[in-house]
Design a protein around this ligand. Structure first.
Ligand code: SPV
Ligand code: MN
Length: 620
């Protein structure tokens, strides 16, 4: 190794050498020499190493202690509070095909640019070298991941969110088959935030299974193992025969029955994905990213590649999200980010409590109500995309199979979106292929989880658009083929918690529990359904007793009718948007185009039959 002993001590070098992996040594050497940190510290699976990371985050000020034992607060820069799509690019080589929707850069040019920015970016800092497993230990699902970062907040977050994998690297037996991530927050200001935001870059180098990310701190941009690894894994899965999805995994238990069925669910950011995975009475395996494989017995199995949650804290309150609220209000290892701290206590938007008028927040250490930023915009108490980071096993409803190397068998897929005027709260697709269509045509109104305007309708196939580093056609074909290889197909459902009438939501937040139990019952053939052009919808006679059983609440015919009417015209408008998008993509499978066509014809003949644009479920 060509690194000065003052930078990489003998002890740290030995930790690297133990792994017997020439590529690990090469990567650490190359990026130490390029980024020029003062010190390199290698972290193994040992508790003392892991404690070191946590303490370092306090020492560097990247996290600060608050009153509750184990809780810390971290602030990202004011302009770094969400994923930065504009500065995120896939580096492509000639012949590598991507969808129109993905930012790309020619690989050589992109590598050159980012390496120039990274040259010396870690000067004066200590860098951490960390080893993780994406997925359970000793599992055929899992992928090893090497993280090099000069942010102890990043390394600490990853410790909460992922399984430590130093020994898994040893088991690689020298193989080069792992992902790696080089991150630098870059030069920092007095508050410890990235100074050179104009030089923020997040570049995926698919060819080398690595990602460079620099001049940022927000976890969706900085943490290699989260959305950066998601992209590398999507590329890998789609060139093999499995799925990497932006999906939660949960166990659904019907009322008064001894059984559990596992579902996965893909929802774009901030559309109720995490809160669905945490619905009371159910179990949680994961809330964000799943790998899925055709299992030996022909069923679909899934693992959570994470072991923690980086969840949106806005709107978390004791009524709607009791499990997580309890976790956030009691002592344990936990990182808050970008919320208000007053007198050592945490406050966030819509927490069901009065908020103080001053404190430390995502803007400054002495924020006061009414303060404006440099654009004259009033700064709220906390950022809308503020988050908490916590291990899943801190939740009282953690599923027993969280770390099962075989994952869980999946009986249902759910696709959700934020849609105020088109779809019904829940329906089942007409077939697996139609289910692929349902997932591939998700639309969602934008939220604060990405930088940019909020409330704009955006297309996001399988809630994965931001991460799709293969052609859309190839991705859809992979989903279709995955189903062909399964002996037992999961049923596919769509949910929409956001349908409105005259500006008012037509569902209560907690109602999703009923939709979940209905879907679970469908898997077991327990409920009948009404066939409509868009799919199967629930019958009033089934939902009414379910609302009584679950919430002891009356569910009126009028309410059901409003929720489950088929808005034909709105669905046709959506199809028009889809025809345009898919018409511009190359290599869309014919089977998919046919489904789109059939769906349109079904809607048109439905309209002819009923002679109107909106049809009540009671008329069908
Ligand atoms: C999401 O936005 O989908 C998240 C948070 O899960 S982030 O890490 O920003 O992607
Ligand atoms: Mn996500």
């Amino acid at each position: 190794m060509n690194i000065d002993q003052k930078v990489l001590s003998q002890k740290n070098l030995e930790k690297l050498q133990y792994l017997n992996n020439p590529k690990v040594l090469k990567v650490v050497e190359e990026f130490t020499l390029l980024c020029k940190p003062d010190k390199v510290t290698v972290i193994t699976d040992a508790q003392e190493d892991i404690d070191y990371v946590r303490e370092m985050a306090l020492r560097t000020g990247e996290e600060r202690k608050i009153a509750m034992e184990g809780h810390t607060i971290h602030y990202d820069g004011y302009s770094d509070q969400a994923r930065d799509k504009g500065n995120t690019s896939v580096l492509v080589t000639p012949g590598m095909k991507m969808s129109k929707v993905i930012n790309t850069r020619p690989r050589e040019e992109g590598v050159k640019e980012v390496l120039e920015i990274m040259d010396g970016a870690m000067a004066g800092k200590e860098v951490l070298v960390r080893f993780f497993s994406l997925g359970p230990l000793d599992s055929k699902f899992s992928i090893c991941a090497l993280q090099i970062t000069d942010s102890s907040y990043v390394a600490h977050s990853e410790d909460i969110l992922y399984r430590s994998g130093y020994e898994e690297f040893k088991k690689l037996n020298g193989s080069e088959d792992f992902f790696y991530f080089i991150h630098s927050a870059g030069e920092l200001d007095e508050r410890g935030n990235t100074k050179n935001v104009d030089k923020r870059r997040i570049f995926m180098d698919l060819k080398e299974s690595r990602v460079f990310t620099v001049n940022n701190q927000y976890a969706g941009n900085s943490l290699g193992l989260k959305k950066l690894a998601l992209r590398l894994a999507i590329y890998k899965a789609n060139n093999e025969d499995w799925l990497t999805e932006h999906m939660f995994i949960m166990g659904i238990k019907p009322v008064n029955k001894e059984r559990i069925s596992y579902f996965t669910g893909a929802f774009p950011s901030a559309c109720g994905k995490t809160s669905t995975a945490m619905v009371p009475g159910q179990t949680i395996v994961g809330d964000d990213i799943a790998y899925l494989r055709v299992w030996d017995d022909g069923t679909c199995h899934a693992v959570n590649i994470e072991q923690g949650i980086f969840g949106i804290i806005t709107d978390v309150n004791p009524k709607d999200d009791p499990f997580i609220y309890e976790v956030l209000a009691t002592p344990r290892e936990l990182i808050f980010s970008n919320i208000l701290i007053n007198d050592g206590k945490p406050y966030w938007l819509n927490m069901g409590k009065e908020l103080p008028d001053e404190g430390t927040n995502h803007y400054s250490d002495s924020w006061k109500r009414g303060d404006t930023d440099k654009d004259g915009k009033e700064i709220g108490h906390a950022h809308k995309n503020a988050r908490y980071t916590v291990r899943i096993n801190e939740l009282s409803n953690v599923d027993d199979n969280l770390h099962n190397p075989d994952g869980v068998p999946v009986d249902g897929f759910i696709y959700g979106g934020r849609d105020s005027d088109t779809s019904v709260p829940v329906f089942q697709s007409l077939s697996w292929e139609h289910g692929v269509y349902v997932g591939a045509t998700i639309e969602s109104e934008t939220t604060a989880a990405t930088i940019g305007k909020v409330g704009v309708r955006q297309f996001s196939p399988m809630a994965n658009l931001d991460f799709l580093v293969v052609q859309l056609g190839k991705y859809i074909k992979n989903h279709m083929n995955f189903g062909k290889r399964l002996k037992k197909l999961p049923l596919v459902f769509a949910t929409n918690y956001f349908i409105k009438e005259n500006g008012e939501f037509l569902s209560e937040k907690v109602d999703k529990k009923v939709w979940l139990i209905w879907m679970e019952g469908r898997v077991h053939g327990e409920y009948d359904a009404i066939e409509t052009p868009i799919g199967y919808i629930p019958k009033y006679e089934d939902l009414k007793p379910l609302f009584r059983q679950v919430f002891n609440k009356d569910y009126s015919r009028e309410f059901y009718e409003k929720q489950f009417s088929i808005r034909i015209q709105k669905f046709l408008e959506k199809i028009e948007r889809m025809e345009k998008i898919y018409g511009e993509e190359e290599d869309i499978p014919q089977a998919f185009t046919n489904i789109l066509k059939d769906q349109k014809e079904r809607l048109l003949s439905f309209r002819n039959k009923f002679g109107k644009d909106v049809v009540s479920p009671f008329e069908i």
